[in-house]
Design a protein around this ligand. Structure first.
Ligand code: NAD
Length: 346
């Protein structure tokens, strides 16, 4: 039986809590407890989901016998919850980025190995059907040897200004870029050896949020493959979806373009039109029973499956993958700070 606690029940943690709630009657798991930082959230979530809330991971763990902890706190606040969970011999599912510091990520990796617990990072782009198809295409040699790629992922400005109140403590590199740093490693089985980045700080800083509006990174991989990863979160709120994203990759024998925007359903009304990514989250309500599907939930679903099957390694992104994405993001940040290319250690 999996006894699960969730640290962080904000915008993203709630998705995971809803998913677990929807499968708890058909899967051997109990959702025992959660953590949040506001008294109001603790009260509301406790009433709605019938589980007990705590202000921190330590008190949640000392009061409940848990064997799985989900960490969905803000990017800068993952480390302590992860280490406390590992110390209590819990397997840990972590929202991306694993941490914002490579030394801390490495420490987590070592601690988890010593305590014999599994770590899985929620890099859900690995489960997007279009990227699964692209990975197959590359591994079957259909585009030959990958030469270069262009990637863009841009959120509406609503995300750093209204969705989260901690944007100044992270950046588009950590919040968005880490998804693609992981995906590129996953698609190509190659490692990044150097990065060079430039960024803009104009719009958000004028709103009192001291972080980058956008960052353009050039990643060089160990066989000469390069990828430009362009991330930002200042798209006007009039854009038709919360995020605009896509990838184009060129190899010696072919190329693939993935338009992650126009694969979607477009809704119209007198007031607005908007698009919806039904690959990401699909909700079906059958006689009051809600079923969730989509690549948003696949990493957690697979992690739960791994734990129930008694697997000794995770099928999804593991602690090493989390460490590598953090290492790349940290190098990008250093490149921005120093205005220089940064070489990563082999
Ligand atoms: N996988 C994805 O595509 C995706 C999408 C959005 C966010 N995220 C990630 O999910 C995480 C949470 O993001 P969010 O948008 O839900 O943020 P949020 O601000 O909406 O929610 C954060 C939650 O953590 C709680 N919290 C804050 N500090 C805490 C602490 N020290 N201990 C315990 N709880 C604490 C807050 O009370 C709140 O419940 C971030 O790491 C973010 O990057 C992932």
């Amino acid at each position: 039986m999996l006894n699960i606690g969730i640290c962080g029940v904000g915008k993203y943690g709630i998705n995971l809590l809803d998913y677990l709630t929807s499968i708890k009657n058909t899967c051997p798991l109990n959702i025992r407890a959660f953590c949040a930082q506001s008294e109001e959230t603790i009260k509301n979530i406790s009433i709605k989901y019938g589980i007990k809330g705590y202000f921190n991971t330590e008190s949640m763990l000392s009061d409940n016998k848990l064997n799985v902890v989900i960490v969905a706190t803000p990017d800068y606040a993952h480390d302590d919850s992860i280490l406390t969970a590992i110390d209590n011999k819990c397997h840990v599912f972590i929202e991306k980025p694993m941490t914002m510091n490579p030394a801390s990520a490495y420490n987590i990796l070592i601690n988890a190995a010593q305590k014999n617990v599994l770590i899985c990072i929620d890099f859900h782009k690995r489960y997007d059907p279009d990227y699964i198809a692209l990975r197959n295409c590359i591994s079957e040699g259909k585009i030959g040897h990958p030469l270069y790629a262009h990637i863009h992922m841009e959120d509406k400005i609503e995300v750093p200004t209204s969705w989260i109140n901690w944007a100044s403590k992270t950046s588009p590199i950590w919040f968005l870029g880490t998804h693609y740093f992981d995906l590129l490693r996953h698609l190509t089985n190659k490692e990044v050896i150097s990065v060079f980045a430039k960024g803009q700080k104009t719009i958000l800083i004028n709103k009192g949020i001291n972080t980058y509006d956008a960052v353009q990174c050039l990643l060089e991989f160990n066989d000469g493959f390069t990828a430009s990863v362009n991330v930002g979160w200042v798209l006007p709120n009039g854009f038709e979806a919360i995020v605009r994203q896509g990838l184009h990759i060129v190899g010696t024998m072919g190329a693939v373009t993935i338009d992650s925007q126009d694969r979607v359903v477009r809704f119209f009304s007198d007031k607005a039109s908007y698009t919806q990514n039904n690959h990401f989250i699909l909700t079906e309500n059958k006689n009051g029973i809600v079923k969730y599907s989509g690549y948003c939930f696949e990493p957690l679903k697979q992690f739960i499956g791994d734990l129930l099957a008694g697997k000794k390694v995770v099928s999804g992104a593991n602690a090493y993958d989390g460490y590598k994405a953090t290492e790349i993001a940290y190098a990008v940040q250093q490149s921005l700070d120093k205005g220089l290319p940064i070489t990563l250690q082999e």
